[in-house]
Write a protein of this length. Structure first.
Length: 348
């Protein structure tokens, strides 16, 4: 970061640019000599070429060194000298005739004004570009700061809400062992399911805030893929059977021990299977695993409602669902798949 108030080094004051400037001055002086020689000894075509050469050389100096006025004037002086010589020879040839001198003077003034105004415009453009870059940097820093503050706030609030919620769930679980009427047990079941849903949302928000803050660290442990996959599969078998779905697990092609974070891998499978069950009313859900070299590929396929092609870009967006009817019908926050993607990228 550049300190506030520090002056940006002008292109012409950089040591490398000073060396280039010296080289440009020598090159300009040589071109000025060539221009004068062509003007003195050539015909109309060489003289026209001499004028074009002087104009192009001056334009190059303008574009390259406009930011440093002193260096700009020094490097432009050979071309100015050559043009002054041409103007003098024209005056001599015309015997200093007034109309000719007026034309020469007007042309000279116009040329000087052209270079002067061009330099001012270039300098303004450069200043505007520098200010735009500074605003972009400031905006980027502000966005990063706001994102960090948001992640910290979400993590703090999730933690503060989860603590009393765990107490509510604990008491609900304890009450389940008491002598209750059927109606009371139904109400207690609603409390427990609602609390579990809220806890899952809080855990997702907390995980996402850790990921965005760069504070989520993955473990490196040896684990058996079959244990992780079967654990996730077993957790949803009852729900799949209740909905009358065919629920299959095929991991034979990738059996073995792996090094990674089994907890986060299980979380990915939980989210993918839960999402498939939520949107599948009939047919089947299949969980497969295969190994491709050093890469483990897990997939969950279903025969659910599907996703329109135009909505695929929003599939892994945070807090985003296909439309409002999805939220009303199926619930959810739109964080599950976003977290799956973030975790998969961290594991890559």
């Amino acid at each position: 970061m550049r300190a506030a108030g520090a002056r940006e080094r002008l292109p012409g004051t950089h040591p490398l640019n000073v060396a280039l400037g010296a080289n440009s001055f020598l090159s300009g002086a040589l071109q000025a000599v060539i221009v004068i020689a062509l003007w003195r000894h050539g015909g109309h075509a060489p003289q026209a070429f001499a004028l074009i050469t002087a104009f192009i050389g001056g334009s190059y100096i303008l574009l390259q060194y406009y930011a440093d006025l002193t260096l700009f004037r020094i490097l432009l002086s050979p071309y100015v000298g050559a043009l002054a010589y041409i103007a003098w020879t024209l005056g001599v040839a015309a015997h200093w005739d007034a109309p000719v001198m007026v034309a020469i003077g007007a042309g000279t003034v116009s040329l000087i004004n052209f270079f002067h105004l061009s330099r001012r415009l270039l300098d303004r453009s450069r200043s505007a570009l520098r200010q735009a870059r500074q605003r972009a940097r400031d905006g980027e820093l502000a966005a990063e700061s706001a994102n960090a503050a948001k992640s910290t706030f979400l993590a703090t609030m999730s933690h503060e809400i989860r603590t009393p919620l765990n107490g509510v769930l604990g008491m609900a679980q304890a009450m389940a062992g008491d002598a209750l009427t059927e109606r009371q047990r139904d109400r207690l079941s609603v409390i427990h399911r609602s609390g579990e849903s809220l806890l899952a949302i809080l855990n997702d928000v907390l995980d996402l805030s850790k990921i965005e803050a760069g504070k989520l660290e993955l473990e490196q442990l040896e684990f058996e893929l079959a244990d992780v996959a079967r654990g996730a599969y077993s957790a949803f078998t009852a729900l799949a059977n209740k909905k009358g779905l065919s629920f299959a697990l095929d991991i034979e092609a990738a059996r073995g021990r792996y090094l990674g974070d089994p907890t986060r891998l299980r979380q990915i499978l939980y989210n993918l299977i839960s999402n498939a069950l939520k949107f599948t009313e009939q047919g089947e859900i299949r969980v497969t695993a295969r190994r491709d070299g050093e890469t483990l590929e897990l997939s969950v396929k279903d025969t659910g409602v599907g996703i329109p092609p135009e909505s695929l870009s929003k599939l892994f967006a945070k807090f985003d669902q296909l439309d409002s009817s999805t939220t009303r019908r199926f619930g959810g926050t739109g964080l599950g798949l976003a977290i799956c993607r973030e975790l998969a990228q961290l594991m890559a």
